[in-house]
Structure formats: structure tokens, C-alpha cells
Design a protein around this ligand. Structure first.
Ligand code: ADP
Ligand code: MG
Length: 387
């Protein structure tokens, strides 16, 4: 559960000489419910994972940012802080460099620094290694500078790095989860008001567990299809006379759309927003064991993403079906679609059979074996104790 601070300090020493001033950690995230709802001003319900990215860091006297990562062994980077602008830095170093750029743009003077990175969040698996990398950099650089920046502002700065410096048009969910998540909780985020609320979420306490299945698939479609879905949602909202699909009050309203594709897209968004609120109500209720019902909603969300929003991919569909057939309470794809991970909810004793069934279904199709990770709602980004 998250790389050891000792190992990343060693990496720092081997690469830069001398000792780091400190080690920081930022978690990846999974989203329990609410997919493609963020840019429709709706609700999402992510939680911070026990897996994360750590950075051992030290100030430098000059204006350079020296970067290395255990996961990018041949690709250390040396970035001049002055004159940074989008396009100047490419590859993985664009994420930390973008954070330095966005911090400066927000008026925070960050010092030159050396950063050594290590991670146990698989990159490109839809678990937001990118936001973890941004958030760990943001926290390390501001704390090295002796600055205390409000975490919501830090999330906005990290998002700006991803959107404008790296050039990925993502929402605010990932950085918010990494910086504001709480152990044993999911984070309800209203993407219209940006209000957040902590919702108790501790499946282990009810004998259940969450399993992430990295399908190891990434289909090329993803960027173009994402843009197309956004455009379809905007068109549907315009035709229905609302500023965003969030403003619809019930699923019946989407029937006014004559275009069957737009109708399906809008139906997914409206029903998924409602599923977020339903899961939150279940988690907040004291009605005994709510996990079977949450599992049912997860599978329902998968069907909606697969059939109405059409962003699922074959490996995800097979993983969901195999998990449910093997006794999972429910499962769904997470993230934007066309690749990444599936989140399954199961009784603790069913976790083993679910893993075996999913691995077997992949093997029968000669697909790359999936990777399994336990998902535990965990604490947000922080400075680590030395060790
Ligand atoms: P996700 O956020 O779902 O993991 P992204 O494509 O948004 O996928 O981000 C993955 C990118 O983030 C990688 O291609 C790499 O540039 C960067 N990244 C993630 N983890 C690391 C790491 N440990 N070291 C260096 N770069 C990383
Ligand atoms: Mg990402």
C-alpha cells in the first residue's frame, strides 16, 4: 500500500546525491459512482486509494526543477523554471513542470527543487496516476517553499497543469479526490457548485470489499470519443433548453429529444446523477447492510455506460460479467471509457473466486492477464513520516 518512503529517499540519494528534505504522498482514486456527469455539472463520488505516488524532494538554490521517476528510468528531466510555458516540456515531466508553471501563474513563488518519484498506481489504468503526480508535486513544492495553500485551490492549480500545460481536458474530480479524500469515506462532489461532502464508506466493516481490475486495455478511440460525448451532451442540453443536463429534474424529460442517440446519452447522465445520490443515501442510512443494493446500482451503471453512453470496451464487459457471475455484488467500468479499470464490489469471501473467474475469462480469450488491486477508501495527500 503506497511505495515506501525509504525506497524513494534512496532513489533521491542515488540520483541527486545528498538527502531529501522530506517525502510526500498523493493517492490515486477510484470513482464509486457518477461517470461523464462532471462536465454536465452533475455529481461524482470518488474515493482516495491506498495506492499512490510518493516524491522525495529538496530545495535547490537555483531556478531548476530536476526530476526522476522509478517508473521512467531513462527519462530524467532538467527544467528551467523561468520562461516555462505550455509546449516547452513533453513526456511525463510535463505533469510536474506544469504544476510549477500553474503555481507561479497563481502567484505562488516556488523554489528550484529536485524531485524523485516512485509509484504503485499503474499509469494509464484510469486510477488517476496523472492527478496523483500533479498533487504530490504541488504539495511538495508548496511545503518546500513554506507556503500553505488551501487544498481546493491546490486542486484547481493541479487541474490547470493537466488541462493547459499537458493538454488533457479533464475535470476537477481526480485532484479533488487526491487532495480532499478521507480514510473510510467517499467524497461527494457537486460539479456545479464545487461543494464537497464526506460520506462514510467502509465496506470492510460490513464484510465486503472493493476490487479494482486493471483490464490493461486502452483503445485508441478514447480522446476523440470523449470530445464527441461532451458535444452530444451539450447539444442535448441546448435542445432541452437547460444550461447543462444536470438541470433536468427527471429521466422523463429526455423523452422530448427526438434523436435516439442524444436521448440515450442524456438518459445515462440523468440516471447516473441519480445513482450517485442513491448511493450516498444508502451509505448515510443506518438500514443494515446496504452493499447488495450498492452492488446492484454499480452493475446498472455499467449497463448504462455500455448501452446508453457507449463508452465501455470488450475487456470491461467481460470483467463485469465474469465478476457478477462469480458472485460479486456488482461491478462497473470506471473512468472515461475505452480502456482502464473495472471496480467490483464483493463479499470478502467472494473476492478470491471473482479474481479467479475474471483471470480465467481473460485467459480463455488470450488477452493480457488483468491486474488486481484492493481498493480501500484512504486518506488524502500528505507529508510522510520519515522511514
Ligand atoms: P491515469 O491518470 O489514468 O493513470 P493518464 O494517461 O492520465 O492515466 O496519466 C498517465 C501519465 O502520467 C503517464 O503516461 C506518465 O506521463 C504520467 N505518470 C503517471 N505515473 C507516473 C510515474 N510514476 N512516473 C512518471 N510519470 C508518471
Ligand atoms: Mg489521468
Amino acid at each position: 500500500m503506497s511505495p515506501s518512503p525509504g525506497a524513494v529517499r534512496e532513489l533521491f540519494r542515488a540520483r541527486f546525491g545528498g538527502a531529501a528534505d522530506g517525502v510526500w504522498l498523493a493517492p490515486g482514486r477510484a470513482n464509486l459512482m457518477g461517470e461523464h456527469t462532471d462536465y454536465n455539472e452533475g455529481f461524482v463520488l470518488p474515493f482516495a486509494l491506498g495506492h499512490g505516488i510518493v516524491a522525495a524532494a529538496a530545495r535547490r538554490a537555483d531556478r531548476r526543477l530536476l526530476l526522476c521517476s522509478a517508473q521512467e528510468p531513462g527519462c530524467a528531466a532538467d527544467v528551467a523554471l523561468d520562461g516555462l510555458e505550455p509546449g516547452r516540456v513533453t513526456g511525463w515531466a510535463a505533469y510536474p513542470a506544469g504544476v510549477a508553471w500553474a503555481l507561479a501563474a497563481a502567484g505562488y513563488q516556488v523554489p528550484g527543487a529536485c524531485l524523485a518519484i516512485d509509484s504503485d498506481v499503474p499509469a494509464g489504468a484510469g486510477l488517476s496516476s496523472s492527478a496523483a503526480l500533479e498533487c504530490v508535486t504541488a504539495l511538495a513544492l508548496t511545503e518546500l517553499a513554506g507556503l500553505s495553500v488551501d487544498r481546493r485551490e491546490l486542486a484547481a492549480i493541479a487541474r490547470r497543469a493537466e488541462n493547459e500545460f499537458v493538454g488533457v481536458p479533464s475535470g476537477i474530480m481526480d485532484q479533488t479526490a487526491s487532495l480532499l479524500g478521507r480514510s473510510g469515506h467517499a467524497l461527494l462532489l457537486d460539479c456545479r457548485s464545487l461543494e464537497t461532502a464526506q460520506v462514510p464508506f467502509d465496506p470492510a466493516a460490513s464484510g465486503s470489499c472493493l476490487l479494482l481490475i486493471n483490464t490493461r486495455a486502452r483503445h485508441e478511440l478514447s480522446a476523440g470519443e470523449y470530445g464527441q460525448r461532451r458535444a452530444e451532451c451539450e447539444r442535448a442540453a441546448r435542445l432541452l433548453g437547460v444550461p447543462a443536463l444536470r438541470y433536468l429534474t427527471g429521466v422523463g424529460e429526455v423523452d422530448r429529444l427526438t434523436d435516439p442517440v442524444l436521448r440515450r446519452r442524456a438518459r445515462h447522465v440523468v440516471t447516473d446523477d441519480q445513482r450517485v445520490l442513491d448511493v450516498v443515501a444508502l451509505l448515510r442510512s443506518s438500514d443494515g447492510d446496504v452493499y447488495p443494493e450498492i452492488g446492484r446500482l454499480l452493475t446498472q451503471a455499467h449497463v448504462s455506460l455500455r448501452d446508453d453512453f457507449e463508452v465501455s470496451w470488450p475487456e470491461a464487459d467481460v470483467a463485469v460479467d465474469a465478476a457478477v457471475d462469480a458472485g460479486a455484488l456488482g461491478a462497473r467500468m470506471i473512468g472515461g471509457g475505452f480502456g482502464g479499470s473495472v471496480l467490483a464490489l464483493a463479499r470478502a469471501e467472494a473476492a478470491g473466486p471473482v479474481r479467479t473467474a475474471v483471470a480465467g475469462a481473460f485467459a480463455r480469450r488470450s488477452w493480457t492477464a488483468p491486474e488486481f488491486l484492493d481498493a480501500t477508501p484512504s486518506a488524502s495527500a500528505r507529508r510522510m513520516a520519515l522511514g
